[in-house]
Design a protein around this ligand. Structure first.
Ligand code: NAD
Length: 454
């Protein structure tokens, strides 16, 4: 695709995250010919969306009002599970998309949860810690019994962390005294029911997924992260820890970024020292011995592994053509749009999709929940090795599913025709579509096994 064509495609691209999630679903559903039309509609839509509006009294003595959302997309395989995001750009459709991706992620990993997500429209950088505690407590109080250890279980996401989870637990526990409420939220501080290894789990799972996919030979000539060059976009929980873990395995981190911009040094960066600089100055930008790059340019730096670990829609129809990585490991949710997926697939760039690559976080959240329910604390090695086993199994399952689909396109096409389904001829699928097919099939199967109530 020429730059002119790509720009034209991007102009027409719908960047609404929920529309994107639905497009991804529809595309994958074409490869499951026996999926009933009504079931498709049910699986695409969220079960429930709650909007709450509430005030807090801020540190400067103002009354400020906030909008918060909590969406449960699907609870067929278990309670809703998903993080809570604090960001000025949070929208209802972003929360719906993130909730649906959680459904598919939990199904790919075979974790017994459904999908959920929450968000508050706010700029945490402009609020004091005390304000953020009030915002969190009021939001959780407004949600009331909509969350619970066996119904819907929040976790950290962008701009929320273990401390936020402690406030969520405390608020819920105040409202439900006299019972073990630890399982109402995961990603808690370790000294109050958090799991060892949870803080690093998203990044560690992303590393395990990348290592396994490379060991399976998805990229010619790149069988390991050792010696690979890596670019990381976003330097928070997912990104900064990913940079450290990939570097520990012998990869060379050549560029990283945060919301203020990026830094590049082809000779390699010391991720821990960059984190120290970010803690001292507020950004990775200005780290000594590096060249400053824009976030847009950072994505286009030639490298072996690109790890988007910030927000949605950063790899789109208008820049996918300029990506020069060999493989993209999606630590972030929704970083690649459907138009970009097509371009990357045509260029032979493999994308380890979010619903697989960043699932280490929810997997260890599940382990935390199990530990909470049993009043146990597992050793960190046990947590990591259990998570590794799940990441390897799921990565293999997705790669195998891709081969299975691509080897049976003619049979799938015939099955579609026999059911009177039309549309464009089926094309070979990428790893995202394979992961969706695996996940949708698993959720659909349980839906029918349970029987549609009543
Ligand atoms: P975080 O708040 O800890 O970090 C986000 C980082 O992204 C920050 O460094 C911020 O400066 C940076 N950023 C924001 N806008 C940017 C931009 N336009 N360009 C470059 N960098 C930008 O959040 P997090 O928990 O690391 O989440 C990051 C991504 O990982 C999100 O997509 C999230 O949904 C996903 N994720 C997180 C978890 C988890 O357990 N925290 C689990 C699975 C997926």
């Amino acid at each position: 695709m020429s730059t002119k064509q790509a720009t034209k495609a991007a102009a027409a691209e719908d960047l609404n995250p929920f529309h994107i999630a639905q497009q991804q679903f529809d595309h994958a559903a074409r490869y499951i010919p026996d999926l009933k039309a009504g079931l498709i509609e049910f699986l695409k839509r969220p079960d429930r969306m709650i909007t709450v509006e509430f005030p807090i009294e801020t540190a400067e003595g103002l009354v400020k009002n906030y909008v918060g959302y909590r969406c449960v997309h699907n609870r067929v395989r278990g309670p809703g599970k998903g993080g809570i995001r604090y960001h000025p750009d949070v929208t209802a459709d972003e929360v719906r998309a993130l909730a649906s991706w959680m459904t598919w992620k939990c199904a790919v990993l075979d974790v017994p949860f459904g999908g959920a997500k929450g968000g508050i429209v706010c700029n945490p950088k402009q609020r004091t810690k005390d304000d953020l505690r009030k915002i969190t407590r009021r939001f959780i109080a407004e949600l009331g019994d909509a969350i619970g250890p066996y119904t819907d279980i929040p976790a950290p996401d962008v701009n929320t962390n273990a401390e936020t989870m402690a406030w969520i637990y405390d608020t819920y526990d105040m409202m439900h005294k006299g019972r073990n409420n630890l399982g109402v939220v995961t990603g808690k501080p370790v000294n109050m029911g958090g799991s060892l290894g949870r803080n690093e789990a998203t990044s560690r799972g992303c590393l395990f997924c990348t290592q396994q996919a490379l060991a399976r030979g998805i990229v010619d000539g790149l069988n390991s992260v050792k010696g690979a060059t890596v670019v990381v976009q976003g330097y928070g929980n997912a990104g900064a820890i990913a940079a450290q873990l990939y570097a520990e395995q012998g990869a060379k981190i050549i560029a990283v970024s945060d919301s203020r911009g990026g830094i590049h040094n082809p000779a390699g960066l010391d991720p821990l020292d960059v984190l120290k600089h970010k803690k001292e100055t507020g950004s990775v930008v200005g780290y000594p011995g590096t060249k400053e790059v824009s976030n847009e340019a950072l994505l286009e730096i030639p490298c072996d592994i690109l790890v988007p670990a910030a927000l949605e829609n950063v790899i789109r129809g208008d820049n996918a053509d300029r990506i020069r990585a060999k493989v993209i490991a999606e630590a972030a949710n929704g970083p690649t749009t459907p138009a970009a997926d097509k371009i990357l697939f045509a260029k032979g760039i493999h994308v380890l999709p979010d619903i697989l690559a960043n699932a280490g976080g929810v997997t260890v959240s599940y382990f935390e929940w199990v530990q909470n329910n049993e009043n146990e604390q597992w050793e960190e090695d046990e947590v990591n090795s259990k998570m590794k086993a799940k990441m390897i199994k799921s990565t293999n399952a997705v790669i195998d599913k891709q081969k299975e689909i691509n080897d049976s396109l003619a049979a799938l096409e015939a099955a579609r025709k026999s059911r009177g389904l039309d549309g464009d001829p089926l094309q070979p699928v990428d790893l995202r579509t394979a992961a969706y097919v695996l996940a949708i099939s698993r959720v659909a199967e349980v839906t029918l096994e349970r029987g549609i109530w009543p």
